[in-house]
Design a protein around this ligand. Structure first.
Ligand SMILES: [Zn+2]
Length: 502
């Protein structure tokens, strides 16, 4: 009997390999990223849940991404759960803040801070947890995602410093047509159209989830493939209610040594939860076009190919032609450029042609500037300036971009300040004229224009902050305005299928 079983296992493994080979060549791959917010440091049974799902997934030859909370990692260490740590290590480790729900959470403590102070504050509060997760799991976390809906733009600045290059979560603060995108120089899998999961209550939940997946797969196949994001928490297999809802609701902040245990599921409910989840995963594994990918694999497949790339004058002319009065990202070949990168590229190219008549105007992109980090100056009417001032201002803007790594919030035409979008629109016009050999004229005009990319960032809607642990009155209008200013950095992330064959 044993021998018969082992033969079956070998055949299954062979089939799984075949399926993977087929998917690598498939023109419409369905990339499933399965991620676990591993956060409950109260209920000991959640340790066993993490152990069980991690081991089961390993047996299924699936690598998932476990985003671990610093205090959870330390708790596993204190409880001497090396079995859990070892099982999670077989997968990819991400980061999910130091204390998760202890007040104040990131959106709260960053709500009144600007960019630089906010980045430093996020680093002060959260870096120790990142270091602990890295030490305990022996892996540099590949991704970050916020606790609950406690999202904040300044976390991206800290991620850059920490070399954590993927944002993996689910939320409504940013949304670029439900697709992967770049924001502040980080690739985001955040508000994906196909974010789905099965509830854990048995066959009816499973059936509904299977239907949702089939619909998502059908749509993705029509679109040439894409990502399905599936997330869980180990603790939800064993609890009736989340550990933080029990302790930190509506702003409560009990001391860590007095946390209450959340109510547990019955043995039968727990068995049903595992059975439902495992059946769902086995269902997904049956499709030859499905491939499970971790956060870092997604980061590689959707890597930003604009960095280090040299843009020719012909390409930059096409970019300049499309800038218009409504500033947004643009696509050139297999890469995209943000509004901030457009400002840098067109500015550098024009400056090189102004300085040397024989310059070919090509530019290598060596940085991805942030958007403005303070409120931009308003502009209600067109202003104009002598051409010589335009050239002086261009040199100043490029120096500012180099020095500060961000788009200025005010661009000075001598003693008159205009917002950066107005300058970019005029720069693009002057660029086109210069390349076409047209006369530019003695006066240069700057019209009021809009930043269309701002639409991808949510307003400070109360629905953003509905997480159970926020005080009901919590709002973050200044922080969401800072987030919208970073719309200058938004651009879709393009899938590079050749990376699937690696
Ligand atoms: Zn969480």
């Amino acid at each position: 009997m044993r021998r018969v079983i082992s033969v079956v296992v070998v055949v299954a493994a062979f089939d799984a390999r075949m399926a993977r080979w087929v998917s690598a060549a498939d023109p419409a791959p369905i990339l499933i990223t399965l991620w676990w917010d591993t956060e409950d440091y109260v209920l000991p049974a959640s340790d066993d849940a993490a152990l069980r799902v991690a081991r089961w997934l390993s047996r299924q030859q699936i690598r998932a991404t476990f985003k671990v909370v610093g205090e959870k990692a330390r708790t596993l260490e204190r409880r001497q759960r090396t079995d859990v740590i070892d099982a999670l290590k077989q997968h990819e480790i991400g980061y999910h803040t130091n204390y998760h729900s202890v007040q104040p959470t990131p959106a709260m403590y960053l709500s009144s801070l600007g960019w630089d102070e906010g980045v430093a504050e996020f680093d002060r509060r959260e870096k120790p947890g990142l270091d602990d997760v890295k030490r305990i799991f022996g892996q540099h976390p590949s991704c970050y995602g916020q606790p609950g809906s406690s999202w904040a733009p300044q976390s991206y600045g800290a991620m850059k410093k920490w070399s954590v290059s993927v944002y993996l979560d689910s939320g409504n603060h940013l949304n670029v047509e439900g697709q992967p995108f770049h924001y502040c120089g980080i690739v985001n899998f955040y508000s994906l159209k196909h974010t789905l999961r099965t509830n854990l209550g048995g066959p009816q939940d499973l059936k509904a989830a299977e239907q949702r997946f089939l619909a998502a797969r059908e749509q993705l196949r029509r679109e040439g493939g894409g990502v399905v994001s599936i997330y869980y928490h180990p603790c939800e297999f064993v609890h009736q209610q989340f550990w933080d809802g029990v302790n930190f609701a509506e702003g409560a902040n009990p001391p860590l040594d007095r946390l209450k245990l959340p109510p547990a599921k019955t043995e039968a409910e727990i068995a049903t939860a595992y059975e439902t989840f495992e059946s769902f995963i086995r269902f997904l594994q049956r499709f030859p076009d499905v491939r499970f990918v971790t956060a870092s694999e997604l980061g590689r497949i959707y890597q930003d190919r604009s960095q280090g790339r040299t843009f020719s004058r012909a390409e930059l002319t096409r970019i300049a032609e499309q800038v218009g009065d409504s500033i947004n990202y643009q696509q050139i070949g297999t890469c995209t450029v943000s509004a901030a990168e457009t400002l840098l590229l067109l500015g550098r190219s024009l400056q090189s042609m102004l300085q040397k008549s024989e310059a070919d105007g090509s530019v290598q992109l060596l940085m991805s500037p942030l958007g403005p980090t303070s409120p931009t100056v308003p502009q209600t009417a067109s202003v104009s300036t002598p051409y010589h001032q335009f050239e002086r201002t261009l040199a100043d803007v490029l120096d500012y971009l180099d020095r500060h790594g961000r788009v200025p919030s005010a661009i000075w035409l001598g003693s008159v300040a205009i917002p950066p979008e107005s300058f970019l629109a005029t720069l693009a016009r002057v660029y086109r004229q210069r390349v076409a050999g047209e006369a530019i004229g003695d006066e240069v005009a700057f019209r009021p224009v809009t930043v269309a990319a701002r639409k991808y960032v949510a307003d400070d809607d109360p629905r953003l902050w509905r997480w159970v642990i926020f005080p009901r009155s919590f709002r973050a209008p200044a922080m969401m305005e800072l987030a919208r200013a970073q719309a200058w950095t938004i651009k879709p992330a393009i899938r590079h299928d050749e990376e699937l064959k690696r």
